[in-house]
Design a protein around this ligand. Structure first.
Ligand code: TXA
Ligand code: MG
Length: 336
């Protein structure tokens, strides 16, 4: 890969054509370009260039059997990707695209196996971000893009995070400012019935069910096989993460004391925490509002890594609305 990574500031409201064309040209040559979406930054390659897609796996250190989401800019792009678009998909597309909903569909024959990890399905979404959409249109092909982070690390929600992980390893980063949502898209498997949420996101079970009927959460062990990404430890800072119950400040203080006594550098990530004691952890007070919490959580985990914290004590959130997605990421960050 290239030895220099160019970072280009792009207007999120009116992306400069010249910059978009430069980035599209890099993709056309088989390069890797990171770009903002509404959820997190993506690390993109031309979805129909198998060699370029393989470079994504190399850059991320990603297991080869973990398939990648393909990003499109118009519903017409689906033709080349999915062999069958069921009626329920049509309803969801109309309501939620562009937006943070990824649909798993039966794949069309032309989709490279490197994109789908050899599965007979493909993950597709239309991002709600003008830079992303302009880039896809300028390339004239769909863009395969996982979240722009080294495999296993918290997803990048700013261009700076992306540079931290990929400086010198990718061609370009389009800096469109911080993302709007902060957690990755909802992944909904429509290849079997009933539809199953393989990864929770901003679009919730309650949002989906009125349109498509019963939707189940995950597919258990079978689901893990079907969404390989969920098999791996994920979203993890280098520090160890421990979750405590919502509102249990006493438990946080107790743990902080224990870890500090063991000589550890300790951080607390909570919405409610006032007691200080002698432990004096680094404290990051999170927003009460879950949408705002989601926007910040990955950045906070990364920041605590930069501070070389050993232990992060995280207060759980409610598991409702986008809180389901937040807790999913926190549980995985805490998995050992
Ligand atoms: O919001 C997002 O979805 C971001 C932005 C960049 O669009 N992308 C993202 O990609 O989070 P990634 O690769 O980090 O996560 C994709 C998830 C993984 O868990 C993967 O296993 C799953 O989607 N996936 C991809 N293709 C699949 C398929 N054919 N069947 C089941 N799961 C699939
Ligand atoms: Mg990811």
């Amino acid at each position: 890969m290239s030895s220099q990574t160019f970072v280009m500031k792009v207007s999120a409201r009116a992306p400069q054509k010249r910059l978009i064309l430069t980035a599209a040209e890099a993709l056309r040559r088989g390069g890797l370009v990171a770009f903002p979406t509404e959820t997190v930054y993506g690390l993109g390659a031309d979805a129909f260039n198998a060699d370029a897609v393989r470079q994504i796996f190399v850059a991320k250190g990603r297991p080869l059997d973990n398939p990648i989401i393909v990003h499109i800019a118009s519903v017409a792009d689906l033709k080349a990707l999915a062999s069958n678009v069921p009626e329920v998909a049509g309803k969801l597309i109309e309501r939620f695209w562009p937006g943070p909903l990824t649909l798993i569909l039966k794949k069309a024959p032309g989709v490279p196996d490197d994109v789908t990890g050899g599965l007979d399905t493909v993950a597709v979404r239309m991002p709600q971000n003008k830079i992303a959409l302009a880039l896809i249109k300028a390339l004239g092909h769909p863009i395969a893009a996982p979240s722009a982070n080294l495999s296993g690390r918290p997803s990048g929600t700013t261009a700076r995070h992306v540079l931290q992980d990929f400086a010198g390893k990718i061609d370009m980063i389009l800096d469109g400012g911080p993302v709007a949502v902060g957690v990755e898209s909802t992944v909904l498997d429509l290849s079997r019935k009933p539809p199953a949420i393989l990864r929770p996101g901003a679009i919730t079970q309650e949002d989906l069910e009125p349109l498509v009927g019963r939707v189940v959460m995950g597919r258990g062990a079978e689901g893990k096989k079907r969404s390989p990404g969920t098999r791996y430890r994920h979203y993890s800072p280098r520090a160890r993460v421990t979750l405590v119950e919502l509102g249990d400040e006493k438990a946080i203080a107790e743990l902080a004391k224990q870890y500090a006594a063991a000589g550890k550098k300790v951080a607390v990530v909570a919405r409610h925490f006032t007691s200080s004691g002698q432990a004096r952890p680094i404290v990051r007070i999170m927003p009460q509002e879950l949408e705002e919490y989601a926007r910040q959580i990955f950045a906070v985990l990364r920041e605590l890594d930069e501070l070389a914290v050993d232990e992060i004590i995280v207060e759980k959130t409610e598991e409702k609305g986008i809180g389901v997605a937040i807790m999913d990421r926190l549980k995985r960050a805490a998995a050992r």
